[in-house]
Design a protein around this ligand. Structure first.
Ligand SMILES: Nc1ncnc2c1ncn2[C@@H]1O[C@H](COP(=O)(O)OP(=O)(O)OP(=O)(O)O)[C@@H](O)[C@H]1O
Length: 262
C-alpha cells in the first residue's frame, strides 16, 4: 500500500540539532506510533508536519502529503491543508476548545470554513460526528459549552472537530495522557475504530508504551532526535532489538510484575 504521508530524513535545528534525520511513512487505515522519552523530538516531528515549528527553526529533508511537498510550504497554503487534509488532536482537550463557544459553534465553524457547508448542513453533520464519537445526546450536546462535559467527552469532541472535514491524516500527540486511566481505553479504541473505518492514517505520539501496545500497528522509537528502532507492534513487544527499547519496555508496570514473578 502506498503511503499518504512520507517523512524523509527530517532534520530540525533550533539553535542546536533536535531532530536528526527522521524517516516515517503513514499508511491509510494504520496507526503509526512514535514513542520515546520526554525531549526525544516526537512533538517537534509532528509539529513539522503541521508547519507549526517556531519561526527560528531550520529544517531539512522532506515531508510529502501524497505527491505534495509540505515542508517549507507558505503559511497560507498550509492553512488549507491543516485541519482539512491533516488534522490534529492534542494532549489537553480543555485548552484545545474555546471555553466561551458552544460545541456546535466550534464544530460547524470549522466545517463551514473548510467545506463551505450551509449552516444547517454543517449542524446536521456536526450532530452526526458527535454521535460517531459517542458523545451522549449528540443533538443537545451541540448547544452546550466545553465545561459541561467530562475530560474524556471533551477529548471525544476534539476528535469530532479534527475529523469533521474528513482528513487523510490525523496527528494525535499524547491524546490520552491528560485523561483518567479509566477513560483512556475508550478513547484509544475510538481512534482505532476511526482509523479503520475512515482509512485514516494516524501518527500517535506518546511516551507511554502501554498506550502503543493497545492500538498502534507499527511503532518507531525515538531517542535524542533519532529513530533507533521501527517495526510492527508485535515484533517490538516480543523481540525488541535496541537496548533503549528494551529499557522502555522493562519500565512498563506489567513487565516489572513478570520480573518479580508476582
Ligand atoms: N521552541 C524550542 N526552542 C528550543 N528548543 C526546543 C523548542 N521546542 C522543543 N525544544 C527542545 O527540543 C527537544 C525535543 O522536544 P520535543 O518536544 O519534540 O520532545 P518530545 O519527545 O515530544 O518530549 P515531550 O514528551 O516532553 O513533549 C527537547 O530537548 C526540547 O527542549
Amino acid at each position: 500500500m502506498s503511503a499518504i504521508l512520507t517523512i524523509d530524513d527530517l532534520t530540525v535545528d533550533i539553535g542546536r540539532p533536535l531532530v536528526k534525520g527522521v524517516s516515517l511513512e503513514l499508511q491509510p487505515g494504520r496507526i503509526q506510533g512514535l514513542a520515546g522519552e520526554s525531549g526525544s523530538g516526537k512533538t517537534l516531528t509532528s509539529l513539522a508536519v503541521l508547519g507549526l515549528l517556531p519561526r527560528q527553526a531550520r529544517t531539512g529533508g522532506s515531508i510529502r502529503l501524497g505527491d505534495t511537498q509540505i515542508l517549507g510550504m507558505k503559511r497560507r497554503e498550509l492553512n488549507r491543508i491543516r485541519g482539512h487534509r491533516v488534522a490534529m488532536v492534542f494532549q489537553d482537550p480543555s485548552s484545545a476548545l474555546h471555553p466561551q463557544l458552544t460545541v456546535g459553534h466550534q464544530l460547524t465553524d470549522h466545517m463551514r470554513t473548510h467545506l463551505g457547508l450551509s449552516r444547517s448542513a454543517a449542524r446536521d453533520r456536526a450532530a452526526e460526528m458527535l454521535e460517531r464519537v459517542k458523545v451522549p445526546a449528540a443533538a443537545e450536546a451541540l448547544g452546550r459549552y466545553p465545561h459541561q462535559f467530562s475530560g474524556g467527552q471533551r477529548q471525544r469532541i476534539c476528535i469530532a472537530i479534527a475529523l469533521a472535514c474528513d482528513p487523510d491524516v490525523l496527528l494525535a500527540d499524547e491524546p490520552t495522557t491528560a485523561l483518567d486511566v479509566t477513560v483512556q481505553a475508550g478513547i484509544l479504541q475510538l481512534l482505532r475504530d476511526l482509523a479503520t473505518e475512515r482509512e485514516l492514517a494516524v501518527l500517535l505520539v506518546t511516551h507511554d508504551l502501554g498506550v502503543m501496545s493497545a492500538v498502534a500497528d507499527d511503532v518507531a522509537v525515538m531517542r535524542d532526535g533519532r529513530i533507533v528502532e521501527a517495526t510492527d507492534r508485535a515484533s517490538l513487544f516480543s523481540a525488541p532489538q535496541h537496548e533503549y527499547t528494551r529499557s522502555l519496555l522493562a519500565a512498563l508496570p506489567g513487565s516489572r510484575l513478570e520480573e518479580d514473578g508476582s
